[in-house]
Design a binder for this molecule. Structure first.
Ligand code: BG6
Length: 299
């Protein structure tokens, strides 16, 4: 008897009662996680977190009502992993924007119910010689009242390589026009909407038009203050020195077509990244760990 991928996963992880698997008609495998602290779902393609919601709270992560889950296509919302480069490839425009990890199946290699009630999943992206860069990755996702993410990249070659990356997280907000982003005051940023000109942030960031900026030398804590949802959403990062702040606003949302009606009002991307000036140099066999923890607190 031959087993489908779904059956194989169900058998392999049958000892962990926190997770279940489903498969859509077009073959997309989704992992559903439910424990005493939170619920979440993750698509195997891209190890893409689709949803995350601590119990008795509003969702932390935004997923477009128009998001399409299809083989080889990027998903609008959740936590896309931009890897092993952020944005356009530096020299080859035929390569996909934000790298190839988000549209490729990762392997789920381990699931654990931790003694404190959280659930930890580990994914692997193996290097194959057909890929443009000699890198492999592991992604450790821990689901509890906080969402804890660790992306570990390994240079599998004998030469030094450059890596850029981002956890391209779409956060759910009450109304993006009312939120304030704290922590970036005084940081230099590249405004990609104004010929990549450089500016210095003065005061909290507000969103009242399309925004697409790469903040540099960012601090380890950035906070979204959201009066609509009456909460602070804190991003604690490690080994990230840049943050992309992105909201497509009205015209770009219409061009993109998968943001949903007025979707731009309820989402905001703050991406924990190494991008632009902040590329990582990875020596032969060296590793780099990018981490982010998302937590909420009342205003
Ligand atoms: C952001 C970029 O990181 O991702 C934006 O700064 C881009 O310029 C956005 O539009 C979404 O990218 P994509 O490839 O998912 O449509």
């Amino acid at each position: 008897m031959t087993y489908s991928k779904l059956n194989t996963l169900q058998q392999q992880f049958s000892n962990c009662s926190d997770i279940t698997f489903t498969e859509s008609d077009n073959g997309m495998i989704i992992i559903h996680i439910k424990n005493k602290q939170a619920s979440a779902s993750i698509c195997l393609q891209g190890a893409h977190i689709l949803t995350f919601q601590p119990n008795n709270q509003e969702p932390v992560i935004w997923l477009s009502e128009e998001a399409k889950l299809a083989p080889g296509k990027s998903i609008r919302g959740g936590v896309p992993i931009c890897w092993p480069w952020f944005g356009a490839h530096s020299s080859d425009s035929s390569l996909p924007t934000h790298g190839y990890a988000r549209t490729t199946d990762w392997q789920l290699i381990q699931v654990q119910s931790l003694t404190d009630g959280r659930t930890q999943l580990e994914f692997e992206f193996s290097y194959s010689p057909t890929l443009p860069l000699p890198l492999s990755a592991r992604y450790i996702v821990t689901i509890g009242t906080e969402l804890d993410l660790k992306l570990i990249s390994t240079n599998v070659s004998d030469t030094t390589i450059q890596l850029s990356n981002a956890l391209h997280t779409y956060f759910q907000v009450g109304d993006v026009r009312d939120i304030r982003i704290h922590g970036l005051d005084g940081c230099e940023y590249i405004d990609t909407l104004v010929q990549n000109t450089r500016h210095t942030q003065d005061a909290a960031v507000i969103i009242d038009q399309e925004v697409d900026r790469i903040y540099l030398n960012t601090p380890r804590v950035i906070e979204i203050r959201d009066p609509g949802l009456n909460r602070r959403l804190c991003i604690h990062s490690r080994n990230s020195h840049s943050a992309i702040v992105w909201n497509p606003w009205i015209a770009k949302s219409e061009r993109m077509g998968d943001l949903g009606k007025d979707g731009y009002l309820n989402m905001l991307c703050i991406e924990t990244a190494n991008a632009a000036d902040d590329t990582v140099t990875l020596a032969p066999k060296a590793q780099h760990q990018l981490s982010a923890i998302y937590s909420i607190a009342s205003l």
